[in-house]
Structures are given as structure tokens and as C-alpha cells.
Ligand binder design. Structure first.
Ligand code: MN
Length: 244
């Protein structure tokens, strides 16, 4: 690809960065929703009530986390997306995969922030509604970590030891399950930015905004309680889709 003199340099750099990962699709995870006036991404309602995850996560935390934090990422993502020259053929996932170090962090932080939170809400279900890992996922967890409990320990450790703000992840990487973590709003789709690339199956937000109202500094207590609201049915489906 040679520079097009009619494109501003910034746009050319963006196009180059996206070329590797630009999947052809409409506006990613927001494609099913009516576009907001200012851009294609909008805040979807939670798939359950604000208080549905209590006592693991309190209603006030959910309300602020969804209505203020997640909404904030979307409102900063939309104007950035509007500047992109070929946005019609790009998915958010493709754009995140194409980001490179040294670029503009607006897309990295807010594109990642939107994707991560949309994924997080769908990773949880009210206590008793999330089911158990499917037989296939259970076997894969056992094979990779020796037991489901050992997986939970490894995941909890990744979440607890992530310094500052970030996420813990279970990913499928080259056909194998792996636990990893990322800083800020990075995620394992960001091929050009993170060490462990793979398909996210489960993610846990360990930013203080995710737990501080109820747990204050006790991140480990939040992580421990969170297992009760993991939607294993959803995680199992993601595993099945990623293996296919
Ligand atoms: Mn968050």
C-alpha cells in the first residue's frame, strides 16, 4: 500500500494499521442496534436488572459502571470512529486487532473499553442462572489447568496481581486455553499491543470502579464472590464457537 497524497497523514497511518486486521463487517457489536445520532455504537441495556448480581456485585456499582463508565467509553469512541475513512467496512474487533504501539490511544482506550464492557455484561448471570461449564469446556479446563478449581485459582491470581487497572482473561490461544491479563482497556484481540493474543472466553474487570463502592480495597473478595455470577452457559458457547 502506497500513501495516497489526498489522505491526511494521520488517516493513512490508520489505514495501514488496520489493513492487517480489518474484518469486513458492519459496525461490530452495535450492528443489531439502532445507531445513536453521534455514531454507530450505543449503550445496550444490561441483560438483567441492576440488582440481579447481588450480593456479588451491588446494584449501585452496576448502575454507575454501566450508565457512566461504559457509556463514557462509547461517547468518546463514536466521534473517533466517525473520523475513520473506511469505517463502513470495519468491525470494532478488526480495528482493535489492527492497532499498533505508538498510535493514538483514543481508539485503544475507548474502543477497548466499549468492547470489554459489552463482553463483561454478557459474561455474567444472576446467581443460580449461569449453569456450569459444558462437558467440552470442563474437559478442556481440566486438560489445561488440571482441574476447574485450579483454573479458578490461576484466573483469580491473574486478576488479583494485575497492577492498577485492567482485566483478567480466559482465552483460546492456538487451540489451547490460557489465563492472561491486560492493563487498562487492552484485551487479547489487540494483536499488535498485547503479549497473549487469543479469543476471549471470559473476562473480569478489576478496575476499582468495578468493585470499590462495596469492597473498597478488597479486590480478592470481589474476585471470590464474582464466580457466583459467571455465566458458564455463555462461556461454554464461546468456547464451542471458538473451536469451530
Ligand atoms: Mn469497567
Amino acid at each position: 500500500m502506497t500513501p495516497n497524497p489526498s489522505l491526511p497523514r494521520r488517516d493513512f497511518l490508520r489505514l495501514s494499521a488496520f489493513a492487517a486486521g480489518a474484518a469486513v463487517a458492519s459496525a461490530g457489536s452495535a450492528s443489531a442496534a439502532e445507531p445513536a445520532p453521534e455514531g454507530p455504537f450505543r449503550l445496550e441495556p444490561l441483560p438483567y436488572a441492576f440488582d440481579a448480581l447481588e450480593p456479588a456485585i451491588d446494584a449501585k456499582t452496576m448502575e454507575i459502571h454501566h450508565g457512566k463508565h461504559h457509556a463514557g467509553y462509547i461517547s468518546k469512541l463514536n466521534p473517533e470512529w466517525a473520523k475513520m475513512p473506511v469505517r463502513e467496512v470495519m468491525s470494532l474487533e478488526g480495528v482493535l486487532a489492527g492497532l499498533r504501539a505508538g498510535g493514538d490511544d483514543t481508539l485503544r482506550n475507548n474502543g477497548g473499553g466499549h468492547w470489554n464492557h459489552a463482553f463483561f455484561w454478557k459474561s455474567m448471570a444472576p446467581v443460580g442462572k449461569g449453569g456450569q461449564p459444558s462437558e467440552a469446556l470442563g474437559q478442556a479446563l481440566q486438560s489445561a489447568f488440571s482441574s476447574v478449581d485450579a483454573f479458578k485459582e490461576a484466573f483469580a491470581k491473574a486478576a488479583a496481581t494485575r497492577f492498577g487497572s485492567g482485566w483478567a482473561w480466559l482465552i483460546l490461544q492456538d487451540g489451547k486455553l490460557k489465563v492472561t491479563s491486560t492493563p487498562n482497556q487492552d484485551n487479547p484481540l489487540m494483536k499488535g499491543l498485547v503479549e497473549d493474543v487469543g479469543t476471549p472466553l471470559l473476562g473480569l474487570d478489576v478496575w476499582e470502579h468495578a468493585y470499590y463502592l462495596h469492597y473498597q480495597n478488597r479486590r480478592a473478595d470481589y474476585i471470590g464472590a464474582w464466580w457466583s455470577v459467571v455465566d458458564w452457559n455463555q462461556v461454554s458457547k464461546r468456547y464451542q464457537d471458538a473451536k469451530a
